[in-house]
Design a protein around this ligand. Structure first.
Ligand code: NAD
Length: 272
């Protein structure tokens, strides 16, 4: 199996809709041993979701803004496994003022919270787990991105946070590569998770994918993203780092509507 013997730390499972939940399921199905993390009051939900995985994993406390939490999880994994083959960063948060319009009015205090949790945390986790990742024979850090090359309705400061995440992943790839650690992002198309549907404006993303994705896109199907993350966590992409893999049905590559159907020899353009 793709991930036989791999030991993985997976952040960001909130409920069974979470992208990270599907990565954890796919990874277990592919032979990996998994530990999840959660924080505070979300932990009960995470533990309930953990019980719905093929094998119920342990859930460790990890607020990505806490260096103490990161150190405690690293210590636990050192005793448990002595190494870490892979890490999924599936964490994002922004206060309400940073999303859904009002871009110009969001105060720095709120913006800094969004950037600390959604962007800087990739570097924090990379730093905190580097010794364990280095102890593995080639390891992989994967983060979840939403294409930050364009401005989106309502995404506002989270879009800025994702642009920062893209840059952070490249610098982390630069600094951890010599230690045998790959760092990549998966830029996912829109999926109906708690984080996504709480964004006022998310509904405006969906028609863009209907119109542009040559392969089509289902906002209820996280499987393509989960499989790609598992591929990046495996040994099958050993020379790929600092990369952003778009798992979006191809929408990022297409400027306007895609021919959908052939009707009497003439193609119809969806959304035209
Ligand atoms: P989700 O709500 O299921 O997951 C978000 C996670 O972030 C939750 O588990 C939450 O507990 C965690 N989190 C928030 N603050 C934290 C903190 N301080 N410390 C540790 N964890 C914290 O939603 P999701 O859509 O599965 O989001 C996972 C990742 O995927 C995010 O980075 C998100 O931006 C990204 N993403 C989502 C979509 C989409 O359309 N759903 C598309 C592209 C990228």
């Amino acid at each position: 199996m793709l991930l036989d013997g791999k030991r993985l730390l997976i952040t960001g499972v909130l409920d069974p809709r979470s992208i990270a939940f599907h990565v954890a399921r796919c990874a277990q199905e592919q032979g990996a041993e998994v530990v999840l993390t959660s924080l505070g009051r979300a932990r009960r939900l995470t533990e309930r979701a953990a019980g719905r995985l093929p094998t119920t994993p342990d859930v460790l406390e990890l607020d990505v803004t806490s260096e103490d939490d990161i150190a405690a999880v690293a210590k636990d994994l050192e005793g448990r496994w002595g190494r870490l083959d892979g890490l999924l960063h599936a964490v994002a948060f922004a206060p309400g003022s940073c999303l859904g319009g009002g871009f110009l009015d969001a105060p720095w205090e709120d913006v800094s919270t969004a950037l600390q949790i959604s962007t800087y945390s990739l570097a924090s986790l990379g730093r905190g787990f580097a010794p364990l990742l280095e102890a593995a024979d080639g390891s992989s850090v994967v983060g979840l991105d939403f294409d930050a090359s364009l401005a989106w309705p309502g995404y506002d400061w989270m879009g800025v946070a994702k642009a920062g995440l893209e840059a952070t992943s490249r610098y982390l790839a630069r600094d951890l590569g010599p230690r045998g650690v790959r760092v990549n992002l998966v830029a996912a198309g829109p999926l109906r998770t708690i984080a996504a549907t709480s964004i006022d404006g998310f509904q405006h993303f969906e028609p863009v994918w209907d119109e542009r994705a040559p392969l089509g896109w289902d906002v209820r199907d996280p499987e393509p993203v989960a499989r790609t993350v598992c591929a990046l966590l495996s040994d099958w992409m050993p020379a790929v780092t600092g990369e952003i893999v778009h798992v979006d049905g191809g929408a990022h590559a297409i400027g306007a509507g895609v021919p959908r159907a052939v009707d009497d020899g003439a193609s119809a353009v969806a959304g035209a």
